[in-house]
Design a protein around this ligand. Structure first.
Ligand code: PEP
Ligand code: MN
Length: 357
């Protein structure tokens, strides 16, 4: 289904030097923190201020947002600093309170986007209003679910729609807090080319030092904008402290961004290279997983007094993988060479286990 879209019409739309930037703290904590952060960002030319008023937290007992008492602080940001303000809505009552307060931009969080009931409730509450809505990707890597959520909001009459790519949850925490899986927003862009895409480097990276490279990566992939968590005193933040940067740091990062001409023919090359990088990362992770299992097998062989190399099993693996490889358009020799190398490393790791005291 096609979406009915119209321009987001946000202030501070992209220029040749800078993309559209939304910045502000993970959470509105105090009036002073909101005003201090917003004033510094306004001083750096940021036009759209973000702050979470209602916070979805993984565990109970943490800071769950200041709630609607914080909305007048965002009104001060609008009035005194001339910025537009954005906040997260997750329920009908959030939508009603945010619209009542004249919040300029609403976003829907990743946990909410994964729940069609919640998306429908929000869509129903939005019906009849003209407000820009940005939908974050669902926490799970499900493009259809993401598009389904967008359709619900669009069917309620919201045409000023955009999306935020914030990465996908994983059980094993690696370099990223949430895996970027760039091919998913790239595929979304291919399917819905008119839909503006923002990147949220703060939630993808989960760490300050990853904000700059992730911003650049998003620009290289032709994203339209960035939403970055910024705090006047990040270490003291009440939520997501590790991933927030100071406003002057954001300014430094934005100044150094290389904005390429997306019309240039290298765009598709960059996209493809990113896909290769991602696949290589997954290959390494998969190989590491395979080696861990090999070591467990080594442990079993040791406990049962078995030899490390069991030739029948080895031949079976090589034959099977060779045939699978040919079916997938690769030469049997290539697959054989790859699996011989993998097997050699497995044997080395198992011998290590055997020889452990
Ligand atoms: C946020 O933007 O502060 C937030 C809660 O993000 P997400 O829904 O992506 O976890
Ligand atoms: Mn956050």
């Amino acid at each position: 289904m096609d979406l009915q879209l119209s321009p987001l019409n946000l202030l501070g739309t992209a220029s040749a030097q800078r993309p559209t930037v939304i910045a502000g703290p993970c959470s509105a904590e105090t009036e002073e923190q909101v005003m201090n952060t917003a004033a510094q960002l306004a001083g750096k030319g940021v036009k759209i201020f973000r702050a979470g008023i209602w916070k979805p937290r993984t565990k109970p007992g943490g800071f769950e947002g200041i709630g609607k008492d914080g909305l007048p602080w965002l009104n001060r940001v609008q009035q005194e600093l001339g910025m537009k303000v954005a906040t997260e809505v997750a329920t009908k009552s959030h939508v009603e309170a945010a619209l009542e307060a004249g919040i300029d931009v609403l976003w829907i969080g990743a946990r909410t986007a994964a729940n069609p009931f919640a998306m429908q409730e929000i869509a129903d509450a939005l019906a009849g209003h003209d407000v820009p809505v940005l939908v974050k990707n669902p926490v799970n890597p499900d493009l259809e679910l993401w598009i389904g959520g967008l359709e619900r909001i669009n069917q309620a009459g919201i045409t000023r729609l955009g999306v935020i790519h914030r990465g996908f949850s994983t059980y094993e925490k690696k370099l990223y807090r949430n895996l970027p899986m760039w091919h998913i927003p790239i595929e979304l862009h291919r399917r819905l080319p008119g839909l503006p895409i923002f990147c949220d480097p703060s939630h993808i990276g989960g760490a300050r030092e990853l904000v700059a490279p992730l911003c650049q990566q998003a620009m290289d992939l032709g994203f339209d904008g960035l939403i970055v968590e910024c705090h006047c005193n990040p270490d003291a933040a009440w939520s997501d402290a590790k991933q927030q940067v100071r406003p002057d740091v954001l300014d430094f990062i934005l100044d150094r961004l290389v904005i390429r001409n997306t019309a240039a023919s290298t765009e598709s090359l960059d996209v493809l290279r990113h896909q290769i990088d991602e696949i290589d990362n997954s290959l390494i992770e998969m190989l590491a997983k395979r080696m861990r299992i090999s070591r467990e097998i080594g442990q079993y062989k040791r406990e049962h007094d078995m030899t490390v190399v069991q030739t029948t099993r080895y031949n079976e693996i090589l034959d099977k993988r060779g045939a699978q490889g040919v079916l997938c358009g690769m030469s049997a020799d290539f697959i054989k060479a790859v699996f011989e190398a993998v097997h050699e490393e497995s044997v080395r790791q198992q011998i290590e286990i055997m020889n452990k005291n």
